[in-house]
Design a protein around this ligand. Structure first.
Ligand code: 3PG
Length: 394
């Protein structure tokens, strides 16, 4: 695909698809990672004298204008990160948007209002695509994290205008290629999280591609229970036992070593600092639940990581939001950070809770790459093609 190296942006109106869908609580942005990561592309385009027209969705307003879902606060945050003024247009298409663009000088930056205020966005409606394309001479996509959506502003418009990957998109794709495209071996994958049912395709795909698959989080309980182990009142999916056993069998046939916990940290209730103890993974007492993986299991994970060349990590080991059940996640994260710095381990993490877990462990800037994508990262781990990326290759 083409990058900014192939674009002559000077004097051009460049429509930049960003992902300004950032976490907000009580009207305040709680995590600026996605905003900060857009800075290199925006700055480069502005310095190279483009008119930078930024579009994005935020939240799920379902085709209606919902004032609380305006992108105005994100435009202000972007301005602060860039250290330069950012203009704002109250609509992303039509006369309001056209007039705002017409007034721009080279090197100026404009943020358009939420694309999902129009129902045509998610429908990838040709009229919406045309209206967006009319605003610009070229399209740059820097929203890897929205690339699993075939929407007007991610996929449709890329068919209408000369299209390029932005620097963030480029970095994400390069990191993903390092992780699974053409990785240095052995490759270890860590998959955690609550449910096997939401990660079936992911486990299936990874077990064909990696050398060692470590299963953690509550989904490990389902695997252990499927093997007939006593799990007390641990969270697990009884209806997934057959599937779990099939995954183990497929992995074994593919020569992928599966690592399940051998010990667990258990408590009577899911509460911060609940009285807890370590038990073997086949002996969770009645009335108790597993909330983290135990230290002996982490020793095994660390031994595999020491031999690994590449790590791909999705999902925490335990209930990392409530101490002390963050212990396994933090310990593994710190081991990964140390091996990345000192032994050249290529470590790539991403998807949903993973970023908060890695941030909690304080290792964000010591990993090779942490993706800012949630659903898109998961779909990519599942081996799916992402429409927003595919169209850039066309
Ligand atoms: C995300 O946060 O994963 C992306 O911005 C996509 O958002 P969506 O799930 O609402 O399409």
């Amino acid at each position: 695909f083409r990058t900014l190296d192939q674009l002559e942006p000077a004097g051009k109106r460049v429509l930049l698809r960003a992902d300004l869908n950032v976490p907000v609580r009580d009207g305040r942005i709680t995590d600026r990672t996605r905003i900060d990561r857009l800075v290199p592309t925006i700055r480069e385009l502005a310095q190279r004298e483009a008119k930078v027209i930024i579009c994005s969705h935020f939240d799920r307003p379902k085709g209606k204008r919902v004032p609380e879902m305006s992108l105005k606060p994100m435009a202000e945050a972007l301005s602060a990160s860039l250290g330069q003024p950012v203009l704002f247009a109250e609509d992303c298409i039509g006369e309001t948007a056209q007039q705002a663009v017409a007034k721009m000088s080279n090197g100026e930056i404009l943020v358009l209002e939420n694309t999902r205020f129009h129902s045509g966005e998610e429908k990838n409606d040709p009229a919406m695509v045309k209206a967006l394309a009319a605003l610009a001479d070229a399209f740059v996509n820097d929203a890897f994290s929205a690339a699993h959506r075939a929407h007007a502003s991610t996929e449709g418009v890329a068919r209408q205008l000369p299209s390029y990957a932005g620097r963030l998109m480029q970095a994400e794709l390069e990191a993903l290629d390092t992780a699974l495209g053409s990785p240095a071996r052995p490759v270890v994958a860590i998959v955690g999280g609550a449910k096997v049912s939401t990660k079936l395709d992911l486990l299936g795909n990874l077990s064909k591609k990696v050398d060692v698959l470590v299963i953690g989080g509550a989904m490990a309980n389902t695997f252990l229970a499927a093997q007939g182990k006593a799990m007390g009142k641990s969270l697990q999916e009884a209806e997934m036992h057959g599937t779990a056993l099939q995954i183990l069998e497929t992995a074994e046939k593919a020569g992928c070593e599966i690592i399940l916990p051998t010990d667990l940290v258990v408590a009577e209730e899911f509460a911060a600092n609940a009285a807890n103890r370590i038990v073997p993974a086949d002996a969770v007492p009645d009335g108790m639940m597993a909330l983290d993986v135990g230290p002996a299991s982490i020793d095994v994970v660390e031994s595999r990581l020491k031999r690994a060349a590449t790590l791909v990590w999705n999902g925490p080991f335990g209930a990392f939001e409530i101490p002390p059940f963050d212990a396994a996640t933090v310990r593994v994260a710190q081991a990964v950070a140390a091996l990345t710095t000192s032994a050249g381990l290529k470590s790539i993490g991403g998807g949903g809770d993973t970023v908060s877990a890695l941030r909690h462990a304080g290792v964000m800037d010591r990993m090779t790459y942490v993706s800012s994508a949630g659903g898109a990262f998961l779909e990519w781990l599942e081996g799916k093609t992402l429409p927003g990326v595919e169209v850039l290759k066309a």
